[in-house]
Design a protein around this ligand. Sequence first.
Ligand code: DX5
Ligand code: ZN
Length: 213
Amino acid sequence: MNKVIISPSILSADFANLEKEIKLIKDAGADWVHIDVMDGHFVPNITIGVPVVKSIKKITDLTLDTHLMIDNPEDFITQFVQAGSDILTFHYEACADRADDVIKKIKSAGIKAGISIKPKTDPREIIPFLNKVDLVLIMTVEPGFGGQEFMHECAMKIPVIKENAPENLIIQVDGGINNLTSKICTSLGAESLVAGSYIFKSNDYGRAVRSLL
Ligand code: DX5
Ligand code: ZN
């Protein structure tokens, strides 16, 4: 198996010390930084926007893995690309009838495109897009907040995507990932793990990252 990509979600980091937190996760062995963008419409919470992504880009060389939990994602692609996002993942539910166009817009900007599904969405709905994206993000909690409990039934979507995916597609999971649920997901075929509270609420980020693998 290839190396599992660890993407700590800074939603659970200390925002007053973001630069320090990002350096600590890099030293801990993280591969990417997961940035949760929420608009208060698609999900009932507001978090990080374009200016913060721009600032993070200046202080790290980690891959900026940007998770858009927003309505009308197509309206913000250019801004997030210019801010330095390396991967832009949008929610299929936010633009089901225009997902093709959203993927094209992200790819034509020269960065990686991801498509995400919420817990209630049938994974078979996104099979037509698997050849067009670089990453599929399977939510294992309802998007909106960190610190929620892992939904085991969502992990069962991993093999459905895997069976229909081209070889280089990255399957990522997000929500309730810890040292136990990470193993369930990787054994089912996940290649990238997002973890927020498990890493940032621990007192040893290095140990937390290693325990996910
Ligand atoms: C939730 C976000 C997640 C969140 C995960 O909507 O997409 O990235 O930060 O947090 P934990 O790992 O605490 O469940
Ligand atoms: Zn996320």
